[in-house]
Design a protein around this ligand. Sequence first.
Ligand code: CP
Length: 303
Amino acid sequence: MRSLIDILELDTTEIQQLIDKANDIIANPVKYSEKCKGKKLATLFFEPSTRTRLSFEAAMYELGGNVLGFSEAQSSSAAKGESIADTAKTTSCYADIIAMRHPKEGAPLVAAMNASIPVINAGDGGHNHPTQTLTDLLTIYREKGRLDNLTVGFCGDLKFGRTVHSLINALSRYENIKFVLVSPVELKLPSYVKETLKKNNLEYVQTTDLDSVMPELDILYMTRVQRERFFNEEDYLRLKDSYILRPERLNTAKADLAIMHPLPRVNEISVEIDNDPRACYFKQVLNGKYIRMALILKLLEVE
Ligand code: CP
């Protein structure tokens, strides 16, 4: 029995297999429509979500399975003091696989250590979000036809953005990726993530100036400033509008730039950009369902 807590638990061969499976599901949805008949997915969400929870649920329904769960801690027995370990043991009696989101780093790992069914980390605090990373990798692959030889810009809240941390770790294993890290000084990439880049001798630049690096980017991964992880509102208000992507900012960008965002967005990408052919963030949303279908099949060992 296998769980997925950190994207690095999947090697690049397995990632490619998941991407290939997702592409096959996209091409042949009917072939997969009963693969999980009789199986149940439990979505245990202790923190708000739209995409991750709904895409997991849609994924399981489209595989012919069923879904149970809760969408906020207050409607579970966590509100009465139940531990993660006991919640995981209990859910193992009712479901075949768990997707868990929790505000505390490490909570899905604790669940995996106590569950008797696979646990998928659906986002833990500012730490990791491996299924968003799989979504992002599928999107990059579908847009660019490769996961190597790319200049990838990350812009916004690189300190608290767990999707950024997971995607940098994942891309660090591919050839000739150049990382361009654009953030306010206060929201720089944490040193423990930067260590991965240094340890692997990967090329990266850090800057506060998005416009100066725009022409070289193949991918621009925008992120929201994560209000819920700030210690004080004053700092959030000062930093929240550091980068707003408006159409004129794309004048110097490549014609085939892929603009990505894990969403939700607040105002860091102007809605006028939604109709630009380079905007990929709603394609990302859809890709998230297909890659989660592929992951559920893998972890449930369904052929
Ligand atoms: N990208 C993402 O994790 O979105 P949600 O918070 O809506 O799940």
